[in-house]
Ligand binder design. Structure first.
Ligand SMILES: CCCCC/C=C/C(=O)SCCNC(=O)CCNC(=O)[C@H](O)C(C)(C)COP(=O)(O)OP(=O)(O)OC[C@H]1O[C@@H](n2cnc3c(N)ncnc32)[C@H](O)[C@@H]1OP(=O)(O)O
Ligand code: NDP
Length: 290
């Protein structure tokens, strides 16, 4: 019988995977303090992994780690900054001596018509979703996975497959990440590294609260599944890709969207536009929470 670590388990066993599926693995989840990242971290721990949660807000990360127990630890940093990204990866290696799985989950954008996107806003979305994702992948490969001859990178994107007319900066950024996923899968295959993208549809996380109310109101009923995706569903897919099966998915974009994707129909959306044809835009976040 395989020996199991005697850790205090704050997370109950996986509902769908065999115990010990990811025993001995060390994972890094960017944006692991909230929403989909937190759910992924929970499932990875349930499957036996040790997980480092990365993000900018220490208090958010600490609260999540306290809920997940001693298999979780935290490191603060901004993935857009080279020094921070290097420190994040170095911290995982110091703590665990290995990095088997990078979940490139930190990302985001704001909802607004394309013509209202300022250059600075376009660059902010690119720097986070393309720049941050690339930096983390390259560091994980150089510092941990290539030397070990193995590893898995999962890039979480907001599915851009039908074009995101209300978030064109993210549409371009996420499509770039999907293309990078395929290129990296080819480039790093000989190093034993698998790279997969998960193109998510609409998931019920607190992050949805920031979108304009009419946008949110119409989302669940327009998904053919007739509900939003639940974070544990996304987390199960991440754990599956972290398993031995992940290698066979390398170079794939796995869509998880309840058959709706993130956008459909004409612009401006008739249900959103006012009499003047204006579409609501997302409110700026208060500076303290940025
Ligand atoms: C119901 C539909 C749901 C669709 C499905 C869900 C999809 C999801 O992805 S949910 C997860 C969402 N989570 C996030 O978006 C979190 C991360 N997002 C961010 O951090 C920001 O949105 C960011 C990507 C813009 C990065 O922020 P930061 O680098 O901190 O940038 P600033 O806030 O300083 O802004 C820089 C620049 O960007 C423009 N801008 C930012 N927010 C807005 C906005 N709400 N409206 C208009 N313009 C915005 C603006 O040009 C800013 O420059 P300044 O005006 O000089 O500050
Ligand atoms: N919810 C949904 O319906 C969908 C979400 N997605 C994508 O899934 C991912 C997670 O989404 P969700 O959990 O809902 O949203 P959140 O906004 O809760 O997650 C974003 C996470 O990324 C972290 N983050 C943001 N910017 C940076 C940065 N520069 N450096 C380090 N960490 C950063 C945030 O923490 P902090 O602010 O503390 O840094 C936060 O934990 C995102 O990429 C999102 O776009 C895709 C499709 C649908």
């Amino acid at each position: 019988m395989r020996e199991r670590r005697a850790t205090i388990r704050a997370v109950s066993a996986s509902e769908i995977f065999a115990p010990g599926l990811l025993d001995g693995q060390a994972a890094l989840v960017t944006g692991g303090g909230t929403g989909l990242g937190r759910a992924a971290a929970r499932e990875l721990i349930a499957c036996g992994a040790q997980v480092v949660l990365a993000g900018r807000r220490e208090e958010v990360l600490a609260a999540t780690a306290a809920r997940l127990g001693e298999a979780a630890s935290i490191v603060t940093g901004d993935i857009r900054e080279q020094e921070d990204a290097e420190r994040i990866v170095a911290t995982v290696l110091e703590r665990h001596g290995r990095l088997d799985l990078l979940v490139n989950n930190a990302g985001g954008q704001y909802f607004t018509p394309a013509e209202a996107i300022a250059t600075k806003g376009w660059q902010a979305v690119m720097r986070l979703n393309v720049g941050g994702t690339t930096r983390m992948a390259e560091l994980a490969v150089e510092r941990a996975m290539r030397p070990a001859g193995r590893g898995t990178i999962v890039n979480v994107t907001l599915s851009p497959h039908h074009g995101l007319a209300g978030m064109t900066h993210s549409s371009a950024a996420r499509a770039a990440v999907e293309s990078l996923t395929r290129a990296w899968a080819q480039r790093w295959a000989a190093d034993g590294i698998a790279v997969v993208a998960v193109a998510a549809g609409h998931f019920q996380t607190d992050a949805l609260d920031k979108y304009p109310e009419p946008v949110r109101a119409s989302v669940a009923r327009t998904v053919p599944l007739q509900r939003l995706g639940q974070p544990p569903e996304h987390a199960w897919l991440i754990a599956l890709l972290a398993s031995e099966l992940g290698a066979a998915f390398s170079g794939s974009v796995v869509t998880l969207d309840g058959a709706r994707d993130n956008w459909f129909g004409p612009w401006p959306p008739p249900t959103l536009a006012d009499e003047a044809g204006e579409v609501p835009t997302e409110q700026r976040r208060p500076a303290a929470t940025r």
